[in-house]
Design a protein around this ligand. Structure first.
Ligand code: ADP
Length: 360
């Protein structure tokens, strides 16, 4: 007797090529039907690498075919290519049918992930300051209130603290309304769950969080949505690209060798899923007072090396500076406090580079 449970178990043994997670938990399985000794499996997958669906189909047929009584496993792949090419339209028209179904993101023009390999390298700090700098520049172009941050860092959701938002989000017509400060709207696990929830319970929530934050939040009309990713592995990156139409990824690293090596590994996951890497930002570089110092706490050069290894550009460096740390703790990012500060001007530079490229 062929039953759903044994098929499910076999599907769980098939990993997404190059990743440790199985195809079922990534949500790729659309339908499974059994007709006597025949099994029909339909998958929905977003990739531009044709070898990925081929490998999955081969492994799926082999695994499910091991079940006694099955004579044939029919695999149907519905493959969509991530459309990362940016148009000059008011709203970014993407071709991916799966992703276009996300109504709440229809009016978001660009979606950019901010990622790092290691935690604690300043990914959230960079996200909030970039958001403030973008907000400032877009305000001058008559596009106020058009930057959002989706905080998917469920291990350390620090965006609310760094933006100084504490209020619980409200719900209207079954959608969560993001909360705002400094003109930036955000949604974060930090606003939705108890701080005391053990981290071990948060791991399995990454995929769900990304999906919920995409589908159940009323993002409204935004020029840019910054997605602050959890540090590390490739699973979150892959979940994200299966769910969101990403236009690019920014990689944050410190100058330290150990951080830049992990950042490179994390970034390669974006390459695998064909998301363009916009560039690398080095954070916690040598202090402004002592540029190129031999005493730089996290060393020198990791950002440039990471950029070279990923064949992308180093967008710039943010020094280790007490004002940056204080801004984060007080909920007033350094850019929001003083946009003329030398560190703030570094953030403006990144944005000029961003808009000069293909994102204009
Ligand atoms: P991540 O998001 O990568 O975990 P955070 O942005 O939360 O990292 O930063 C970790 C800590 O380091 C925070 O306390 C933050 O205020 C501090 N920090 C980040 N960047 C800088 C910097 N350039 N100078 C000083 N402190 C920084």
């Amino acid at each position: 007797m062929i039953d759903n449970q044994s098929i499910r178990k076999k599907i769980q043994e098939v990993k997404y090529p190059g990743f440790s997670r199985d195809i079922l938990s990534f949500g790729l399985i659309k339908e499974v039907t059994i007709d006597e000794d025949q099994v029909y499996i339909t998958l929905e997958i977003t990739t531009s690498n044709s070898s990925v669906p081929e490998e999955i189909a081969k492994n799926l047929k082999a695994k499910v075919g091991e079940i006694d009584g099955i004579s044939n496993v029919n695999v149907k792949m519905e493959v969509t290519t991530p459309d990362t090419k940016v148009t000059g339209n008011e709203t970014n028209q993407r071709n991916n049918p799966t992703q276009q179904n996300i109504e709440t993101l229809q009016q978001v023009r660009f979606i950019i992930a901010v990622a790092s390999g290691k935690g604690g390298v300043g990914k959230s700090t960079i996200s909030v300051n970039l958001a403030c700098a973008l907000q400032d520049i877009l305000g001058k172009r008559n596009k106020p209130n058009s930057v959002g941050i989706m905080d998917c860092d469920i291990y350390g959701p620090s965006i609310p603290l760094m933006l100084g938002v504490t209020q619980q989000p409200e719900i209207e017509e079954n959608l969560i309304i993001p909360v705002s400060n400094h003109g930036i709207c955000t949604i974060s696990m930090g606003l939705l769950i108890d701080e005391d929830t053990p981290v071990v319970w948060r791991g399995p929530m990454i995929m769900k969080t990304i999906k919920q934050f995409s589908e159940n939040v009323n993002w409204g009309q935004l020029e840019i949505l910054i997605v602050d990713l959890p540090p590390g592995t490739g699973d979150a990156q892959l979940s994200l690209t299966q769910t969101l139409p990403l236009d690019g990824a920014l990689i944050v690293t410190t100058p330290q060798k150990v951080a830049s090596e992990v950042a490179r590994r994390g970034a390669r996951m974006f390459e695998k899923v064909s998301v363009p890497i916009i560039g690398v930002i080095e954070n916690m570089s040598d202090s402004i007072e002592e540029p190129n110092s031999k005493n730089a706490i996290f060393g020198n050069g990791g950002g440039l090396e990471t950029a070279k290894a990923l064949q992308t550009q180093l967008l710039g460096s943010i020094p280790l500076d007490i004002n940056v740390r204080k801004g984060g703790d007080l909920g007033i990012p350094i850019y929001a406090k003083n946009k003329n500060h030398i560190i703030s001007s570094n953030f403006s530079c990144f944005i000029k580079i961003f808009y000069q490229g293909s994102y204009s």
